[in-house]
Design a binder for this molecule. Sequence first.
Ligand code: PEP
Ligand code: CO
Length: 471
Amino acid sequence: MSDQPRESQLATDGSSSHPGAVTSGVWTRSGWRDLPVVQQPDWPDDGAFERVLKQISSSPPLVFAGECRDLTAELALVAKGEAFLLQAGDCAESFETFNAESVRERLRVILQMAVVLTYSSGLPTVKIGRIAGQFAKPRSAPTELVDGIELASFRGHMVNDVGTSLAARAPDPHRLLRAYHQSSATLNLLRSFTKGGFADLNRVHSWTQEFVSQSAEGARYERIADEIDRALRFMKACGVDPRSQPSLHEADFYTSHEALILGYEEALTREDALTGDWYDSSAHMVWIGERTRQLDGAHVAFFAGISNPVGVKVGPSATIDEVLGLCEALNPGRIPGRLTLITRLGSKAVVSALPPLLRAVRDAGHPVVWACDPMHGNTFSAANGRKTRRFDDILAEIAGFFAAHRSEGTVPGGVHVELTSDDVTECLGGSRAVLESGLGDRYETICDPRLNGRQSLDLAFRVAELLRHEG
Ligand code: PEP
Ligand code: CO
């Protein structure tokens, strides 16, 4: 892999706290290798891993630098309160359930949620999927005990299989290639669906009307759905033809994932010919998870040198110093839209933990996007051992997020959720409540519990109500 160094965004005087990635003030895409790195699989054969990476590094990029810059510009609007962010998709994408229909249906739910949010907020919704690359999972424990046998934890289909045998759990680097190709095929579908008429506003709204007229949870949103309907008819009466208006007929849809396996991300990081900047072409946006955000660690150092918009998860243990350190390391130039802080504090902790962080970042003058992940701080094990989340806790964290921003005068930029269009029973509650006794009916996630299609739309309408209240 040729690895032309360039001047770092992190520091140019060699005094950086990330000496490995930034040697003599120069960032390289492989510099993270000299730093402590956590949550990487134990690949059985180092040679095979490096050979796969070589193959990926000579494969075409998945996204383009210009698209990443467009997303940064859109996120800059979010940071100012002039757009709202919806980041959503699977906890972990699966190799097994991959097909055109499943991609289309996940896209459909996100587009529907976005129309509801846009109408209610009066602001454009920036849509980013956890899709086309969300294949690697950090784990709290490296192994688990299944029927008395100690197995390596499942780390996402990019690494191993979820099956409960030693063979299934063995990390296989060839899976990185499969993840690359599935991401490429998924992006191809997303690009066709969003530009080929599937995202037409009238069409998306007619699906939402179905939800409103045919489901218990939908009925309470009849008024707002009717209002959207009237707005669409008004536009039509004024002679606005969606087919001739790209903004009504097409959608901009971006991809994102947790960039966990740094070898894979390095292999897809390319120098942009136009600007000379480095972009991780595996997704438009990449984020650092709660477990890998160490200031002196490899993930932060790698992210410091790529020019994509980036995110960091911020959990309840994050201190003010850590959060300010992340802002400095990842966005020293204070570029609006470059950095999104995705808080996942839990419905109770959000009330006390979020305001001090908002104040500190605001006072330090960092133009971040604040997004609320109401999923990962609200996970617990039900009596039958299934991991789950309560719809009401999810809503409560979002409400707490809005309240904290209101009290600090900062901007609640958006939400980050795990969902699927399928009628699964993974999260408890919602208007047509999933009960604890029903969790086993359709519990299909290969990782964390997701909102089903109805719960997702229900959530969008509830967030819309909060946004209206704010407005
Ligand atoms: C996730 O987003 O699936 C995840 C593991 O989140 P976190 O890093 O916030 O725990
Ligand atoms: Co998750």
